[in-house]
Design a protein around this ligand. Structure first.
Ligand code: PHE
Ligand code: ZN
Length: 877
């Protein structure tokens, strides 16, 4: 907890290598319900890379109860060391020595879920970013890579399974009904990748043979009642292992790969070497308990953690400012994997939708920071959509600039050059340069400056010359601590459509070999295309080739044209979204032309719906309206009620006008046979459920009955939860009955109950806040479980802008009450929740005052955590 006036800021520019390094680590865990002990033996030596003067050595350690300390076998004298609340200082250690220690821990009291803690009846760990210092004295920083050997012992009946990183060595029995197991990880690793698990678990097992013939034993460990929900995760793992060999030439490097699912986890999952620990949400799935999105999420997160074995573990980060080195690259890799496994076009749309909704918002908030931040107070606050998703876009741009062959050459260089090292994003970019012979100096701005660049484009056709000129201007907004930014290097992929909607051959006046790729490098730049017999309609930023905002003065008619004809699927979708936004924003303004525009839009919607042979998945993307938050971002001052009302109006209008057509399509898409997770079946379900949304919005009796029928048919969780969501959002008489039915059926399944909490927290009904407050008393809710907090409070604050930003400010007060309560339990989760207030300046004066008051209440609190303090104080800046 933070006790001083304000926490210290850590700067990238202050990075220094450590004076001593650790070569080997031997850990011995004596796990007990009370009085857990950790005995550690470290071999240390002077770091050859350290050139400064240092007589003392500081080891990190927090909340450790020292039992004894020995240096080279002798008990340390009181004047040779000091201990404070941050760690242990050795005043004058030798060049090379062995440090042994024993500490006592209280995992049973650890609610932060960092370090060693208990989840249900098991012991587990979470060490990224700085959890290891809560386990023993250590140089808890990623550039210290050591070889680990671990012994753990515990009660034989309560903890039959004992796991740690690497390969299993021996196990055996001990007196007093205890037993032990030993593990050895041959690959040097930083402490944040350490893990152990002890519990009464069951597992499913499979095997994998690597390309060079190494057999690997694969296991997924879960609590016994979940053993029938692991198959999808296992299949996803096997596919990931194969894919990484094929696409990147990366093989697995241990005899075993273990995954453990735990219910109490701060994030999605963790890539600990050979022992991935997962939030159970990203492992467990059965057709009746998990939705299509859950299945896709599991596939993506399993792949993500597996891919970290090379991008993160074999090659790690020099310091935490380089977090995107592993996260941005690994997200890019998992996105590409999912695209190869499923529907590439849909995946891209979903990823961009998410980037625009969350990362663009973060970039336009007081919490904005570069992909490689220059400073932080608490590193846990930097596991953000900017570091992850924008970081992935930055890798994607490099992959696209180089093209597939050179990009593969660059990643080969990267793996070869840096295997076993802790490096920087700069090192990564240098591999791109070395592979391609290109200079990416200017491209590096993407790592160093925050803010979403804006491109303003204008086109001019000159019939006499048969030339088309695109003038492109770029600007990057100011962000906290960064003003007047230099121009970026922005890949802008374009096409030019003729009046029939066909792509015209591109012939650039500068003779460029890739004429579709405009490399925007100046503040203002003109690109010329020649030999064009007619004026084209430009299709800009195809495939979303850069994470930027684009302005081009399209007429509505041109957008309709692009929607129908653009050969780039992403831009076809995006043109439709732009059109939908225009209609919605006009309706928010209550502009007179709104009604005509809505009629036009409904017409275009109808045409798209009835177009033969359209792919249901893509159609569902095209027919989805932009979210309330996205619309909010387009307004100077967010009109909370107006946006909600406009969206409801459009849904109801379409639902009524196209009622019978929607209904017949809905019926055609009905579920038959066994549930399957394939791109086709997912697409059909998505479309069907979207149509049901519009039908329900029409208010027809029939539609509401359909929801109840779909719920009761219970074919799969995707359909069930969607039907329940629609019913729960309104006043249907069956509402309470269905909610009760669902809870009665699933009360013992925590992940399914999360959906039940979330459905109610997202409802736009007037009584939602009241319900959310009451649901905190529900037996299935628990304030110490992050999934529960996210499902109920997180869904309300981040997934229900209409209710959360209610004009009376009650949403803000409630949120801050929860943040302050949670801060004493789990500061990381508390700080995440508080981020939902960061954009308070975008609202009207009354709301601003209310929000500011609540943020000040947080910032003024004594003893607040560094995590929450950083979010509150930066939000107020
Ligand atoms: N490194 C994890 C991932 O992205 C995320 C994580 C961070 C998990 C911190 C736990 C704690 O895969
Ligand atoms: Zn990751």
């Amino acid at each position: 907890m933070w006790k001083e006036a304000s926490p210290r800021t850590i700067y990238l520019k202050d990075y220094q290598p450590v004076p001593w390094v650790i070569r080997t680590v031997d850990l011995d865990f004596r796990l007990h319900e009370k009085g857990t002990r950790v005995i550690s033996r470290l071999t240390l030596e002077r770091n050859p890379a350290f050139t400064g003067q240092a007589a003392e050595l500081r080891l990190d350690g927090e909340g450790l109860k020292p039992v004894w300390l020995r240096l080279d076998g002798s008990e340390l004298h009181g004047d040779a060391y000091g201990i404070d609340d941050q760690g242990l200082v050795l005043f004058n250690p030798p060049e090379q020595f062995v440090l042994e220690s024993e500490v006592e821990l209280a995992p049973e009291k650890n609610t932060t879920l960092q370090g060693l803690y208990r989840s249900g009846s098991m012991f587990c760990t979470q060490c990224e970013a700085e959890g290891f210092r809560h386990i023993t004295w250590y140089l808890d920083r990623p550039d210290v890579m050591a070889r680990f050997k671990v012994r753990l012992e515990a009660d034989r009946d309560k903890y039959p399974v004992l796991l740690s990183n690497g390969n299993p060595l021996e196990r055996g029995e001990l007196p007093d009904n205890r037993h032990y197991a030993e593990w050895e990880d041959p690959h040097p690793k930083p402490s944040y990748l350490f893990a152990l698990v002890a519990g009464k678990l069951k597992y499913i097992e499979d095997s994998f043979e690597t390309a060079s013939g190494r057999p690997v034993r694969l296991r997924i460990y879960v609590e016994p009642e979940n053993i029938d929900k692991c198959d999808h995760a296992m299949q996803s793992l096997i596919r990931s292992m194969r894919w990484d060999e094929e696409k990147y030439g990366r093989e697995y490097d241990l005899d075993v790969f273990n995954i453990v699912a735990v219910n109490d986890f701060n994030m999605g999952a963790m890539e600990n070497k050979g022992l991935n620990i997962f939030n159970s949400k990203y492992v467990l799935a059965r057709p009746d308990t998990a939705t299509d999105d859950d299945y896709l999420g599991i596939e993506a997160v399993i792949a993500h953690e597996y891919f970290h074995n090379w991008t993160g573990n074999r090659i790690t980060c020099r310091d935490w400012f380089q977090l995107s080195l592993k996260e941005g690259f690994t997200v890019y890799r998992d996105q590409e994997f999912s695209s190869d496994m499923g529907a590439r076009g849909i995946k891209r749309i979903d990823d961009v939708r998410m980037l625009r909704a969350h990362q663009f918002a973060e970039d336009d908030s007081p919490m904005a920071h570069p992909v490689r931040p220059a400073s932080y107070m608490e590193i846990n606050n930097f596991y953000t959509v900017t570091v992850y998703e924008k970081g992935a876009e930055v890798v994607r741009m490099q992959a696209n600039l180089l093209g597939p062959e050179l990009f593969r050459k660059a990643t080969d260089i990267y793996f070869d050059r840096f295997d076993g090292q802790a490096v920087t994003t700069d090192d990564f970019v240098r591999c791109m340069e070395d592979a391609s012979g290109r200079d990416l100096t200017q491209f590096r701005h993407w790592y160093d400056y925050a803010g979403t660049p804006e491109l303003t484009v204008q086109g001019e056709y000159h019939p006499d010359e048969q030339v088309y000129r695109l003038q492109v201007r770029q600007s990057v907004p100011d962000t906290p601590g960064q003003k007047n930014k230099p121009p970026f290097h922005i890949p802008l992929v374009v096409g030019l459509l003729d009046s029939h909607g066909r792509d015209m051959p591109l012939d650039r006046s500068d003779g460029s070999a890739r004429p579709e790729l405009l490399e925007v490098m100046e503040k203002e730049q003109t690109f010329e295309f020649r030999n064009l017999p007619e004026a084209p309609v430009p299709s800009l930023l195809r495939g979303f080739s850069a994470p930027v905002k684009l302005n081009y003065p399209y007429s509505d008619a041109e957008l309709v044209f692009l929607m129908a004809h653009d050969s780039d699927g992403f831009n076809r979708w995006d043109a439709g979204q732009e059109l939908a936004q225009r209609v919605l924003l006009k309706l928010v303004e209550q502009a007179p032309e709104g009604a005509d525009m809505l009629a036009e839009f409904t017409h275009a919607f109808h045409r798209a719906l009835d177009a033969a042979h359209s792919d249901p998945a893509l159609l569902s993307e095209v027919l989805s309206l932009p979210s309330e938050s996205l619309l909010g971002e387009r307004m100077e001052v967010v009109d909370v009620e107006g946006i909600h009302a406009a969206r409801e109006q459009v849904k109801a209008h379409i639902g009524k006008r196209l009622h019978d057509d929607l209904l017949s399509h809905y019926r055609d898409l009905g579920e038959e046979g066994e549930y399957q997770v394939t791109p086709e079946t997912i697409g059909r379900r998505r479309l069907k459920n979207l149509l049901l949304t519009y039908l329900t919005a029409s208010g027809s009796r029939e539609a509401v009955d359909l929801c109840v029928q779909q719920y009761q048919a219970g074919h799969n969780m995707t359909d069930v939860i969607h039907a329940l969501t629609l019913v729960a959002d309104g006043d249907h008489p069956a509402r309470q009955e269905l909610l009760d039915d669902f809870a009665a059926r699933w009360h013992a399944d925590p992940l399914v109950m999360d959906k039940w909490f979330s459905v109610q927290a997202r409802s736009s009904r007037k009584d939602t806040l009241e319900r959310v407050m009451a649901l905190q008393e529900h037996p299935a809710f628990s304030i110490t479980n992050p999934n529960k907090v996210r499902a109920l409070i997180g869904s309300f604050a981040m997934g229900n802008p209409f209710c959360f930003h209610s004009a009376d400010g009650k949403g803000y007060t409630f949120l801050v009450d929860k943040v302050l309560q949670l801060d004493g339990i789990n500061p990381q989760i508390a700080a995440r929740l508080l981020r939902s207030m960061a954009r308070w300046r975008h609202y009207d004066k009354a709301r601003r005052e209310l929000a500011r008051g609540q943020l000040e209440r947080v910032a003024g609190q004594n003893g607040i955590s560094r995590d929450v303090y950083e979010v509150a104080s930066k939000s107020l800046q």
